[in-house]
Design a protein around this ligand. Structure first.
Ligand code: ZN
Length: 405
């Protein structure tokens, strides 16, 4: 089955007819359809299919027990109203690259695995990369069992309903020990390749990133009868803090975003008693990120004081910088640059990936494919057929260089 045919087969799965975006959430029907698609692709190529204890799917050529396996792949789930490429491009390209290598008559000297990591986006249970985090031992079974979706359904209940045993969840060091290299191909979530005029790039690092909750607590009162000077309105310092975040980020060459907000009592004609905003911030290095968050918090405290509002700031999650394996990166650059004659820029990114989670356990690298608008996590996400084909060839070259004679 060609790249085009695989893509066409996946395209309708989990697509919302109104928005045109994807809703492939973990352990739903759309997720089951994606998994069935993956299983059929593995079977069609004579690969051995495994679903591991954490619900990740693996398709093997050769015996992984031999060790030093080369693994490629990505994820098939999506954010709410996500695009078609984030995740699936890496999985479809993996199967297409294997077909390309078979067409070349390549002989494999290392086991080859194609992986579909479960619940990468965390759209349903609020935590990203659940499948790879569990496998790497960065999320415990107890923590995973406490994850709950917006309808109050826990992760174990959702898994059970989908026919997967939630008691089996846990670290999988033996599996990771058999992997000598993991290469994830992904749509670029920015415009660096578009600006440089290249189809494919190599990832250098994932920026450190985190989420902070800002609680501004004031006093609820009547929107019509309370004089401005008598108000303790938390919306005002919150609004000023949003602008401060933009300013601090620009100063540091970083990004800082308030993308989610909760207001109490949330009435049109009431001054709020509480405004809770979530700050997502990312920077090229730790010092830069610390400076941005400290700057935003300092400004927020000054604004809160000026309005007689109390402020509480809590760090909810944090992921340090991920530097991809230098030796493997160098090998990719050599294979693509010298042997295949491509110009392959090296890029860092502000987006998290399963490859970032695994990088502490397994030598890991990433390939990015050009995204002409840079838009991601949206139905507008795109890549041209030619660029997708260039991605498949680059991945095939890399796998041939790493795993074939
Ligand atoms: Zn992704």
């Amino acid at each position: 089955m060609t790249f085009h045919d695989m893509w066409a087969e996946l395209l309708p799965v989990g697509r919302d007819s109104a928005s045109g975006g994807y809703r492939r959430f973990a352990w739903t029907e759309a997720d089951a359809d994606c998994r069935a698609w993956f299983a059929a692709q593995a079977e069609g190529r004579g690969l051995r299919l495994e679903t591991d204890r954490n619900g990740n799917q693996w398709a093997w050529l050769g015996d992984p027990a031999a060790g030093d396996a080369v693994v490629t792949g990505s994820h098939l789930d999506s954010v709410p109203d996500g695009g078609a490429f984030d995740g699936p491009l890496g999985v479809v390209s993996a199967f297409a690259a294997l077909d390309e290598l078979r067409g070349r008559g390549a002989r494999f000297t290392r086991p080859l695995g194609i992986v579909n990591f479960g619940d990468e986006e965390g759209a349903r249970f609020g935590l990203a990369c659940v499948g790879s985090r569990l496998t790497a031992g960065l999320l415990t079974r107890e923590q995973a069992h406490r994850l709950t979706d917006g309808d109050g359904i826990t992760l174990p209940r959702a898994m059970e309903a989908a026919g997967h045993d939630p008691d089996a969840l846990g670290p999988d060091p033996e599996r990771l020990a058999r992997i000598g290299a993991f290469v994830e191909l992904h749509i670029e979530q920015g415009r660096a390749l578009d600006l440089s005029g290249d189809r494919v790039g190599i990832a250098s690092a994932i920026w450190p990133h985190g989420r902070w909750r800002f609680d501004f607590a004031g006093e609820a009162n009547h929107a019509g009868t309370t004089r401005p000077t008598d108000r303790r309105d938390p919306m005002l310092p919150y609004a000023e803090t949003v602008l401060a975040a933009r300013r601090e980020a620009e100063l540091a060459g970083a990004v800082a975003t308030f993308g989610k907000i909760a207001v109490e009592p949330n009435g049109v004609n009431a001054i709020p008693s509480l405004v809770r905003g979530w700050l997502d911030s990312r920077a090229t290095d730790q010092a830069g990120l610390d400076a941005v968050v400290a700057g935003v918090e300092k400004a927020a405290r000054a604004y809160a004081d000026a309005h007689g509002v109390d402020l509480d700031v809590v760090r909810e999650s944090f992921t340090p910088v991920v530097e991809f394996d230098h030796a493997l990166r160098g090998e990719l650059a050599r294979i693509l640059g010298r042997d295949a004659g491509l110009r392959v820029p090296v890029l860092d990114t502000g987006a998290g990936h399963d490859a970032g989670i695994l990088s502490g356990r397994v030598p890991t690298a990433m390939l990015f494919v050009r995204n002409p608008t840079g838009v991601s996590h949206s139905p507008a996400e795109s890549a041209t057929e030619d660029d997708c084909a260039a991605g498949v060839l680059a991945l095939a070259d890399v796998l041939e260089g790493l795993a074939c004679t």
